[in-house]
Design a binder for this molecule. Sequence first.
Ligand SMILES: [Fe+2]
Length: 436
Amino acid sequence: MHPPIVDHLISTIFISIWFAVANSHVIYKYHPEHERLSWKSLALLFVSPSVLTLISYQFGFGTFHQITGWTAEEHLISILSQISITLEILVLSLPIFLYRKVIKSSNYWLALVLCLEFSCADSMSTILSVDLPTKLLAFTVLQLIVYVDYKGCFSYIMASDNSINRKVIAGYMVALKVVLSEMLSASMIFTVRQSQFTFRMLWIDFIALIVAAFFSAFFKMGISSARESDIKLDYMNKFLHAQENIIQTFAEIMEAKSGETGKHVRRVAEYSQLLAKKLGQDTENAAYIRVASMMHDVGKLMIPLEILEKQGSLDEKEFEIMKTHTTYGDQLLSHSDGTVMNIARDIAYEHHEKWDGSGYPRGLHGDQISLTAQIVAVADVYDALTSKRAYKDAWPPETAKAEILNQTGKHFSPAVVDAFCSCYNDIEIIRKAYPD
Ligand SMILES: [Fe+2]
């Protein structure tokens, strides 16, 4: 038996006020720059998950009843509850969207977790209650427990930027919401929820509490593993940053020696990271490629100055010597170990190989060339074309882009050129951000 509409309405208003007050507190605590909270609190009142659940439930119930004409309570509830659960999950997207706007968070997962927490408490209190007063009491007690128990977790969720782990946590919340909604529907169908205490009711309450306890444990496990991975990530970032600073300084010295003045190394690194991401590399790998690409010409340290600093084109013999900067790069980096250094070695050795096999030093072709070297080849050439050198003027960006396109399948990998074209606007933003 579903609760009468008046009871449903009162509990919805009660829960919405809780939602608005609790979240206004959150906004004030974590976003103290918002001085005027009044309209935002009011907005949260109207977009609370329970208001939309009520609307979707009543809309779904009425429409279904009108279409089928079914009056049998059991039929109605059993089919409608499935539709209602789906609708509830769908309508949650609206408060999530608005809530995200109100708290000015760019993360939908965060808003989803916050809205689902209220929605789950709503379902849970309905399962545990027998009438309106007991539901309001159960909801209040649940909220207080959640507030005390999850205080630390909540601060972490608000402060952390770890969206990967938020997805897991949001997944637990969605699963809990679905399970609780199914249990609520089952309790209606089997008329467990009555206006007086029964052992059937106790039985379903017990199951609901166990389910919630399990999900709560998973939720906390998710938070603690997110915290741990944040610490590791932070350590790794610091380490990578220190390594990057050393490599960049080293690359700049090398750059000055080879006559490629300006921000060539920096731009090639940024282009390479962007292309790597576009080609599906994860954030961590793309960051490695960014650092490693700075060393693509490390072998030039072994090339005589008169060749490096020569004004004008190199003759055949000089060019043969110049080509050896790739093999020297491979040798210089072969003494180092670790992910970044291994990538750097591939890049230094293969960044002058060409897709059609006409490059040097080994004449590799196609995917024999490592993806990282394929990426840096495009980044390096585009930057060389758009920069001024002793032997040439800077090409206009559009002409350089046309040349890259023209070399698809000849010099460059078609996949990398595709990625280059699809993020060309960002490439240009980087080029302008690091002028010579
Ligand atoms: Fe090179």
